[in-house]
Design a binder for this molecule. Structure first.
Ligand code: SAM
Ligand code: SF4
Length: 366
């Protein structure tokens, strides 16, 4: 479920959101109610039930900003729509440390939230200011300490490749070390992705500097027992994001809220992708034929450490060409083959797009 509001917009962020003050979520609630009627009908058409959920991801925007009003709305929404959770469900809430979450923590827990994803981005006040974040370094640390005291399952988001980080010698490992004192089981590190109109575009670090920062941070996390299980995600004690793993493995997922995208794999191996309109409670459909699904399986699978089983994706002729490509990539240490699976190494994750280009050039009809 996508919650499309933030207290203030961070200058780098491209997610669909409005900045609002004072708080009035009535239009959003109406949007959700109206779209859920169509949502159920769409899923029924493909014999796909959306009442018993394995995972629920409340992202945004800043869903922690929805607070008690949102918790009350969701409670009624779940009851009204007979939405229940499987016994080992995962319910993640994204939190911005500046959104006053701690006051509502017990209520979120009572609603069923059992995993939190905290948007920290940096613990260095200089970078928090450059990014227009609404919280201080101390707000982030206090929140993480609270989550740790409550023994919750939580993840922390950082952003790499920040503007001025090369000149300022940003030290991501010391920021990670501060967070690791509170024993999170999951860390996400996204490389900043912006276009040339970005306010600080001319102050971004060089590509090689970002590569070094990513590899350094990844080996730091590995030395603390974290498994690099997706391009931007590290977990320890098997605390992978169940919700996102299903997404990367191209499972079924339902989606609700402005700009949210859902996926239904129908029985005849046809994919149906729907995207909710930003303003109106209506969606756009896209049909994914077998070829498109194979392409997505390749792209999404290579994002994860499990990788892909090429035999499930390529024809016999394509497989021969793919093997030659992988031989070449393996020699430079970008790919690994384990049993019938092919995956990318740490450095290889950064070369994902080049590997895909190589595949498309050598297997033109793929
Ligand atoms: C929806 S936001 C998370 C929750 C909350 N809105 C916050 O910012 O604290 C999801 C994550 O995406 C990442 N992100 C947002 N914009 C990005 C960008 N332009 N490039 C890379 N990562 C970005 C941030 O790490 C952010 O925590
Ligand atoms: S708070 Fe999160 S979603 Fe909102 S603008 Fe900032 S990064 Fe984007």
């Amino acid at each position: 479920m996508h919650f499309p509001y933030c207290i203030r917009k961070c200058n780098y962020c491209d997610f669909f959101k409005h900045a609002i003050n004072p708080i009035n979520f009535d239009l959003y609630h109406q949007y959700l109610e109206e779209s859920q009627i169509q949502h159920i009908k769409l899923h029924e058409q493909y014999n796909c039930s959306i009442s018993m959920l394995k995972t629920f991801y409340l992202g945004g925007g800043t869903p922690s900003y929805w607070g008690e009003v949102g918790i009350g709305f969701l409670e009624t929404f779940f009851k009204k729509n007979k939405i229940a959770f499987e016994s080992d469900y995962e319910f993640t809430l994204e939190i911005n440390p500046g959104s006053g979450f701690v006051n509502d923590m017990v209520s979120w827990k009572n609603l069923g939230v059992n995993r939190y994803s905290v948007g920290v981005q940096s613990l260095n006040p200089f970078f928090l200011k450059i990014l227009d974040r609404i919280h201080s370094r101390q707000d982030a640390l206090t929140l993480i300490e609270k989550l740790a005291q409550e023994k919750t399952n939580y993840s922390v988001d950082f952003i790499l490749g920040l503007p001025y980080s090369q000149d300022q010698k940003r030290d991501i490992c010391s920021e990670l070390a501060e967070v690791l004192k509170f024993h999170p089981n999951h860390i996400s590190m996204y490389i900043l992705s912006v276009d040339k109109n970005y306010l600080h575009f001319n102050s971004l670090p060089e590509e090689e500097w970002i590569v070094d920062e990513y590899l350094l941070a990844s080996s730091f996390l590995a030395s603390h027992g974290f498994e690099h299980y997706e391009v931007s995600n590290w977990a320890k004690n098997n605390c992978f994001s169940k919700h996102n793993l299903n997404y990367w493995r191209l499972g079924n997922w339902a989606a609700l809220g402005p700009s949210a995208t859902g996926n239904i794999i129908a029985k005849d191996n046809m994919g149906i992708r729907y995207t909710w309109d930003n303003e109106k409670p209506s969606y756009q459909l896209e049909y994914l034929d077998n070829q498109k699904l194979k392409l997505e399986k390749l792209f999404m699978g290579l994002r994860t450490s499990l990788g892909i089983n090429p035999e499930e994706i390529f024809t016999k002729v394509e497989l021969e060409i793919f093997k030659k490509i992988v031989d070449k990539w393996e020699k430079v240490g970008y790919t690994k083959s384990i049993g019938s699976f092919v995956s990318l190494s740490d450095r290889g994750f950064l070369m994902l797009n080049s590997l895909l280009d190589d595949i498309f050039i050598k297997i033109p009809n793929f």
